[in-house]
Design a binder for this molecule. Structure first.
Ligand code: DC
Length: 229
């Protein structure tokens, strides 16, 4: 059967990864979370004295970028995808609010994007992948056969992230999360390098009032249409 690349882009916390993972599982594709890669770079900086006290040492990060290798694997017990930073499982550590606060400025650095885009293109070489992010349909895979651009209201997205952190046993503050979502939207859309925007040929999906099942059904139909063409 024809194998394609499916690019799912959109705002932060709009449920892209939940949808992308479910779609990949359903159609037997590999799932790649490009946001996790930017998060892992931020975490690397925090762990290696490059990012501290609200500041990023850009020259140090530039010097270290070629030492940062991000890969994905599957947790043997839960069967969920996990992110590996230089071979170490960092899946939980990259989801903290501290990493979230540093990740947008890290993702705005051109040398970081160049390095990660190269790793992402390598992941798509054999096709048969679903990758989610901000610039997958515009920059990473401009020729992707199926492109989706997902959005939902900022309040809906902040509530989703709040519930996610609560479920992990953290003690989140809703107002802080909402402020972080709004700030990241702004940074993601206005940065100079690869800003978040819908590719002209992407399908728009506003999932504010959709269930996960509804979204999955819609996605599977679009996938079918695409491979039958
Ligand atoms: O989707 P997320 O919240 O895990 O993404 C984390 C950050 O990485 C977010 O600030 C946007 C950035 N990002 C990006 O610039 N390009 C991508 N392809 C994916 C994420």
């Amino acid at each position: 059967m024809k194998k394609i690349i499916i690019a799912i882009d959109g705002f932060s916390s709009c449920g892209k990864s939940t949808m992308a993972k479910a779609l990949a599982r359903n159609i037997g594709y590999q799932y790649f979370d490009s946001g996790a890669m930017y998060r892992a770079v931020a975490l690397y900086g925090m762990q290696n004295g490059i990012i501290a006290d609200g500041k990023i040492d850009i020259e140090k990060l530039r010097g270290a970028i070629s030492d940062i290798k991000i890969t994905f694997s599957t947790d043997e017990n839960t069967q969920k995808p996990i992110t590996l930073l230089n071979g170490v499982n960092v899946e939980d550590r990259i989801r903290t609010l501290e990493v979230s606060q540093y990740v947008s400025p890290v993702a705005a650095l051109e040398f970081v994007r160049t390095a990660l885009i190269e790793q992402q293109r390598e992941m798509g070489k054999a096709k048969g992948i679903v990758m989610d992010g901000r610039d997958i349909g515009t920059t990473v895979f401009p020729d992707a056969e199926l492109k989706i651009f997902v959005t939902a209201g900022a309040d809906v997205r902040a509530r989703r992230r709040y519930d996610e952190l609560m479920a992990k046993g953290e003690n989140p503050n809703y107002d802080e999360i909402l402020a972080n979502v709004v700030e990241r939207d702004h940074l993601d859309q206005t940065r100079e390098v690869s800003p978040l925007r819908k590719a002209d040929d992407a399908l728009l999906l506003d999932n504010s009032n959709m269930t996960i099942e509804g979204q999955l059904q819609w996605l599977c139909e679009e996938y079918k249409k695409c491979i039958e063409q």
